[in-house]
Design a protein around this ligand. Structure first.
Ligand code: FAD
Length: 331
């Protein structure tokens, strides 16, 4: 990822797409076809594959990530077209948590990732098991994400490009959501060897921009990719924002209230909101990279990128010039 970022022209926008491993093999095969199509059309710079809490999806996450790297769909066709373009595979960032797994299993995962040529890891602490507020780390060596960053560097040198997570509104664990302290902790992750940052989802751009400035002022220099999740459904949106305690601006709540039972209208609004958030960040900051959470769905993310004018739209409704007041950007 870092070499890719170094080779990206400074004004060009770029984006990553996040997927989670499906439960069934039929689900996996459907997802791989979707990923092939989305990668070919939407041209993400890389794909992220999540890690189930406590390593519960270990095999599935590794298998999905490995398939993406190696282009497991080689020879497959979509709408009768052979998928030649992506036969070489894609760059993948595998999420990995450290506090709720045994060290042996961490070592095994990192060895397998190396074998599969997965070159990027998002090093995470992980959450307590469902229903429990606190946990005791399985191995005292791994209490924080920083410990995993340091460990990967120590054991694997520069083989992996290592990213970490960040929380523009403070992590839920922080006492009174002390954002300034969280920023200092984030800086420690950079000092331990992290090379890029992906943030928690958020819907209040003012809060994000303020936090972003705080990070830069604190000496955090590595790329920061805002986590963007287009709203798909009212209930899940409220559940998700409650869970990660993301502020929902009043105007968003007011806009959603009359359409909350109309899923299609909520999705439309979610797409327009995501476009507005990205456009504001593009215009008001130097951020050029965006992390799009797909929830394994295709349409919303496609419409967001089309709406920004960053990927081709078969029936263009809004160009990049109209959207952001800048010239078209070649990927
Ligand atoms: P840490 O960076 O270790 O931070 C946890 C808490 O400790 C924070 O309050 C922080 O301020 C504090 N802290 C950090 N460093 C220090 C320090 N040096 N001294 C004292 N306190 C410190 N979870 C999964 O299970 N699977 C996933 O795939 C996954 N993907 C994610 C992707 C993104 C982009 C994000 C934002 C989160 C993701 N998570 C995932 C959730 C994550 O595991 C939880 O949010 C977890 O509670 C914290 O992980 P962390 O890596 O941010 O922890």
């Amino acid at each position: 990822i870092t070499s890719k970022l170094q080779n990206t022209p400074p004004s060009s926008p770029f984006w990553s797409l996040e997927f989670f491993p499906p439960k069934t093999s039929q689900g996996s095969s459907n997802l791989l076809s979707r990923i092939a199509r989305m990668s070919s059309d939407l041209r993400p710079s890389w794909l992220n594959v999540t890690w189930g809490a406590g390593g519960t999806t270990e095999g599935k996450s590794l298998s999905l990530a490995g398939s993406c790297v190696h282009g497991a769909w080689e020879g497959e066709t979509i709408n009768g077209e052979p998928l030649t373009e992506w036969q070489g595979g894609l760059d993948v960032c595998l999420h990995l948590t450290c506090t709720n797994v045994e060290k042996q299993s961490l070592d095994q995962t990192l060895r397998t990732a190396r074998k599969l040529n997965i070159r990027n890891i998002l090093a995470l602490r992980g959450d307590p098991p469902r229903g429990e507020e606190y946990w005791i780390a399985s191995d005292s060596q791994f209490q924080l994400a920083t410990d995993l960053v340091r460990y990967i560097r120590q054991e694997h040198g520069d083989f992996f490009c290592v990213g970490v997570a960040a929380y523009p509104e403070g992590h839920c664990d922080s006492i009174e959501r002390d954002v300034a302290r969280d920023v200092q902790h984030l800086k420690l992750k950079q000092e331990a060897g992290a090379q890029f940052i992906i943030t928690q989802l958020f819907y209040d751009v003012d809060v994000f921009v303020q936090w972003y400035k705080q990070c830069r002022e604190a000496g955090i220099t590595i790329p920061i990719l805002p986590g963007i999740m287009p709203i798909q459904n009212y209930q899940s949106f409220r559940r998700m924002t409650n869970l990660c305690k993301a502020t929902v601006p009043e105007e968003v709540l007011l806009a959603l209230e009359p359409i909350r039972f109309d899923d299609a209208a909520v999705k439309d609004y979610g797409v327009q909101l995501a476009i507005r958030i990205i456009a504001r960040l593009y215009l008001e900051t130097d951020i050029r990279g965006f992390h799009l959470c797909t929830l394994n769905l295709e349409k919303s993310v496609r419409r967001v990128l089309q709406g920004l004018g960053w990927v081709r739209d078969e029936q263009p409704t809004r160009s990049f010039e109209e959207g952001l007041g800048k010239g078209p950007v070649a990927k």
